[in-house]
Design a protein. Structure first.
Length: 492
């Protein structure tokens, strides 16, 4: 049988609604075959025809082993942006019904696999950069934004970061959607998603100066007072403070001083260190214990806790982070281990791995680190840095821990060669070629191949905004093969 055009749509509309008596079929293979046919037609269906029967079928297919669950998510996401009984709000409630780790076990895998296959997650992200957003209906824009937010739950940094930038684009066009999303996700259990929501909101409000800035800041500050435990994350609290200070800068009144989010509290808390037997048992988890206790995460990332290391030793903080991942975030036996084993086997570990290929365990390490920073800040005095002047205001809890600038367009933010600094944000550069003919002793006396400090510190314009470089560690050298450490080279 060959079906074309309108016939496909009409057939796909009626098929699931005439499968009401599947409970009378005892052959599971027949039920699965009917489910597969129905799911395959869903992208062509009119969303207004979705019903409780369709919802029941979808729940059943998501529990079916094999490739039917990801195909079902494909079908759902193909309609998620359009108002219907099975739109992104329905999917949001369905996903929220699972605990964080058990949800991430299949959701992170789905986002990772479909991104490479140009699946719905990739298409919804790319569309935010490729389409004109001016004519998008407000209801559609809000649903689209919620879908993008769910993509920021990914462990895959490509999906997470590009979904964040897509969300900023959408919020720039529809800033009125921000407050509703913030109210929806106040008590959401994934700190990564809430962090990206606040980061995107701040970027959009910073760019648009929208009139809702004051209302959004008030909402966030009220939530912090009413639900303090939901803000037990240093990065989330710092972002709420940023929105509040932006509102003040734009002369919108707020009920509390935003700096109060960075003030210490009198809460009681102590660092519970897991037993040696627990630590030994957790060594079997894929790369998790090693990363928490001895890898680059321990060596470098945890340095943000240095102001409190005189009270709690760094190794004890690392043990707490590992315990928090296992006991509070319920990583063990959640299914996340299989994803992490796969990512390790495919993309490697340490500095040699693909930079975007994070484990779910790594995602939880960052969440736990930021939660620990908030608790240490609230309960322990912070040791100052003798090398820096005393701050003139209450400092953010973790000043330098944000991983991306969401105000930068993708073309500005992506630098494929991490060693290449001659990008748009650097106003001048060094030319190592102009003195090739002179010896080294003479070369070091030259100054005409140095970058101009006035250009480095000057304003940069990309046609839409003006930027100024605040902090950079710049350097140029004459090596063509940077892996050859025995070759002499010139360095600036």
């Amino acid at each position: 049988m060959v079906v074309f055009g309108r016939q496909v749509s009409e057939l796909s509309d009626c098929m699931p609604e005439h499968a009401q008596h599947l409970d009378e079929i005892t052959n599971l293979d027949e039920i699965t075959n009917l489910d597969e046919i129905t799911i395959s037609f869903m992208p062509w269906r009119d969303a207004s025809t979705f019903s409780d029967i369709t919802a029941t079928l979808i729940r059943r297919t998501l529990r079916t082993p094999g490739d039917l669950p990801p195909r079902t998510l494909d079908a759902l996401l193909s309609h998620c942006w359009y108002p219907s009984d099975l739109d992104i709000y329905w999917l949001h409630n369905l996903l929220c019904s699972r605990s964080l780790a058990r949800r991430d076990a299949f959701w992170c895998k789905y986002l990772y696999l479909r991104y490479d296959d140009l699946g719905p997650d990739r298409r919804l992200i790319d569309a935010a950069f490729e389409l004109s957003l001016d004519g998008v209906d407000a209801e559609v824009a809000e649903r689209w934004a919620l879908a993008l937010l769910w993509f920021t739950a990914a462990a895959d940094r490509r999906v997470k970061d590009e979904a964040t930038r897509a969300l900023v684009n959408l919020m720039n066009a529809y800033p009125a959607s921000i407050e509703h999303l913030i109210n929806m996700l106040t008590q959401f259990d994934d700190d990564d998603v809430r962090e990206r929501l606040l980061l995107s909101s701040y970027a959009a409000l910073l760019t648009t100066r929208h009139s809702s800035t004051g209302t959004i800041a008030t909402t966030l500050l009220n939530q912090f007072v009413e639900f303090p435990l939901q803000f037990d994350n240093a990065i989330i609290r710092d972002l709420v403070r940023c929105v509040g200070e932006l509102a003040q800068q734009l002369n919108y009144p707020t009920p509390y001083a935003p700096g109060s989010l960075s003030a210490r509290t009198d809460r009681e808390w102590k660092l519970d260190i897991p037993s040696e037997s627990d630590l030994k048992k957790w060594q079997l988890l894929p790369r998790l214990a090693h990363s928490c206790l001895s890898d680059n995460f321990f060596t470098y990332s945890m340095n943000c806790l240095q102001p409190w290391n005189e009270i709690y030793h760094k190794s004890d903080c690392a043990k707490w982070i590992l315990s928090h991942i296992v006991n509070e975030l319920q990583y063990m036996e959640s299914g996340c281990e299989m994803y992490d084993e796969y990512m390790w086997s495919q993309h490697g570990g340490g500095r040699g791995r693909d930079k975007w290929a994070d484990r779910i365990g790594k995602k939880y390490q960052w969440i736990s680190l930021h939660r620990l920073a908030a608790r240490l800040h609230d309960t322990c005095p912070r040791r100052g840095d003798n090398w820096k002047p005393d701050p003139q205001c209450a400092m953010p809890i973790l000043l330098e821990e944000r991983k991306m600038d969401p105000t930068l367009a993708p073309s500005q933010s992506l630098n494929k060669n991490h060693h290449e600094i001659d990008s748009w944000r650097v106003g001048d550069k060094s030319n190592l070629l102009i003195h090739q003919g002179i010896d080294d002793a003479e070369w070091v006396k030259k100054i005409d191949n140095l970058p101009d400090p006035r250009k480095l510190a000057g304003a940069l314009c990309d046609g839409k905004a003006t930027w100024r470089l605040l902090l950079a560690y710049l350097g140029w050298d004459s090596r063509t093969d940077k892996s050859d450490y025995d070759t002499e080279y010139r360095d600036i």
